[in-house]
Design a protein around this ligand. Sequence first.
Ligand code: C2E
Ligand code: CA
Ligand code: CA
Length: 720
Amino acid sequence: MTDLKKRKKRRKKLLKSRLGSVVAAFLAFFVFSALLCGAFVFMCMMIFDMQIESGLDEELAKASYISKSYSSAADEQSAAALLDNSETAYVLCDKNGSIIRQRGDDTRKGKEVKYLFYSSSGADESGLSDEDLVKRYVLYICDDTESDILEIKDDEDSFELDYLNYAERLLTGMNGYGYNDDSEEGGIKDGYEDNAPPKIDDVELIRSNKAFVQIPVWAKLEIPDKGQTLYLRCLITSNTQDVAYLLGMVVFFGAVLILMFIALIVMVIRSIRNIRKMRSLVFTDIKIGCKNWQWFLFHAERIASKRRYAKQGFALVDLEFVGYRRFCACNSVDEGEVILRSVYDKLRRYVDKKELCAHNAEDSFALMIKYTDDSILKNRVDLILSVLGEVVGSSTLAFHAGIYILPAVENGGVFAKRKNVDIESCFNNACTACATLLENEGSGLAFYNEKLIEEQRWIDTVTKMQQSALDNEEFVVYYQPKYDPRTHELRGAEALIRWQSPQYGFITPYRFIPIFEKNGFITEIDHYMISHVARDQKRWLDEGQRCVPVSVNVSRAHFIESDLAEQIRDMVDKEGTPHQYIEIELTESAFFDDKKAMINTIMKLKGYGFAVSMDDFGSGYSSLNSLKDMPLDVLKLDAEFFRGEAADTERGEAVVSEAIKLAKSLNMRTVAEGVEVKEQVEFLASQGCDMIQGYYFAKPMPGDEYRERMIQGKNDGAEG
Ligand code: C2E
Ligand code: CA
Ligand code: CA
């Protein structure tokens, strides 16, 4: 899978997980709320059930006590008196079911319900046996007003509580209206013997310990001794205490559930925040405290491929802090990071909402800004560069901006959505553009173009091939003879490299020497050339040829090495070549480095018997200054002196003539490079120039051809 595809997949996943976490949080919230509400209702129901059951158990204990007492009464009269004193409605039937005695209305109705009584409430006072305490009772739902709170189930021999009805009654009672069980008869009383529902006006304000709800139930009690059945009207009551207990329980469970609910919300919020935190960590440059490259890549690819931005062109900008490492070395890494942070803050002020800005690497920032045309963009980037370049402490900051344009894709007036935009490679192009500014010390910007990428590819290819090319001897030494302009005799030559690549054919040094100079491989090349030239010279000397000194180019990079002179001496000695046949050419740019070390190396080289020349004199500006300090043998006048229209003018000639005079006064020989026409040869001869290296006499040539030139010695004809 390509990187782009992988990133696309990751982006989708991340967006999904972002949506997913919200949906999951919402669902969890919803489900848990429903569960909590359900649990709350269920608990209320349980509490109500317990309440009713305990009330019923209490009543059944009483009923059982009465029936026991009735059964064990000494005679019929005292038994009847006991029932009448029980202060509850009852119906006493004989074994045929005929009513023998009755008190109050017989309000039994509906089916029998079998109820398992297992309460011990009231057991102590009642003196009931264990058997009595756990036994199945037959109950009847009453035809009374409040009996609608209990309902007999159709399919079962049991009853259930109408919770809502019960709660409503309780609340009505709590609000101040209820049934007073403290009637003039006292004791347990249903308060509505006339079977009429109580009117609000009739009811008394409930005080403490007053029954709020009374649910009548008939209990069937067999009196086996007498062959009778006693039906007792029980009254399940809920009074202030019960309500207080109920409320307490409800409030307690309610509070527990609310706490659990709050805990859930806190957990959900915290987990969402944690997810966000983690995501922001992935997208944050912790050191500098700003958005990082991953964030940039994620959003840039998303924006670039959105339909709504199809019409919008974008510019990807690689913004590099020039000399950031130097800044850190001079100050500190911490100070460097503070500067990077303030650069980021400044950048953000110049970047719109729908544009992006992030810290990319150590000294580089990535921008994605809107693009309409080159000049508007250039002005904008220039402005950013000038703002960023403001003085910090005592130093002015410099930035390089490499720009790559991601244009809108138009097809017959219709803008198409960009597909598969690989921001990473687009940004690489911006970096390539930025790399072209490498030599500039000050701020600047560069647009990417195809030529740049070609160059970059070539640099890459050369860098990859260099070592194998050297090992396979693909580099060939060419010689360009130097002739005396007066006598036309061969006086010297310059060794120039050529690359015969099996893959790319003949490659001129202009295409690879600058690359080697940058990547440091030039030192290998210099060694290679010196050794080969020394070997060739030795062979020709051994053949008895009339050899002349051959100059070899030694690059500036090489001069950093303090033992350069010794290295050259050893290489030449290894071939056994006398030192006077080798000359070392230094380019003018090399003279900018450490002057002392330079003079030291030159002195050593001269001491070993090598001639040293200054190449390309006149192409730079400090040549004269360098001449003053360097004890050189040869001055090579740059080819530019002999090119262009100014070359043949009086002024041009005057400059050349003065340069030759100057060299002579410093005891140096002169070589004029790049001379192509006869008049120039004649002029140089008249001015006392010692040698001419140019196409007029000869182009650089392979060693065999040069050997012929040596044999020939004199060159009378121009090459053309
Ligand atoms: P350079 O050292 O200034 O070499 C002289 C260049 O001028 C050579 O180009 C030569 O072919 C060219 N030239 C000489 N006479 C004429 C002329 O009359 N007309 C024109 N138009 N050109 C003339 P070349 O060989 O392509 O080398 C280019 C540059 O590459 C050299 O400039 C030198 O800086 C570098 N170079 C070449 N070989 C080596 C090497 O072995 N080592 C190092 N370090 N640099 C090398
Ligand atoms: Ca040269
Ligand atoms: Ca030169």
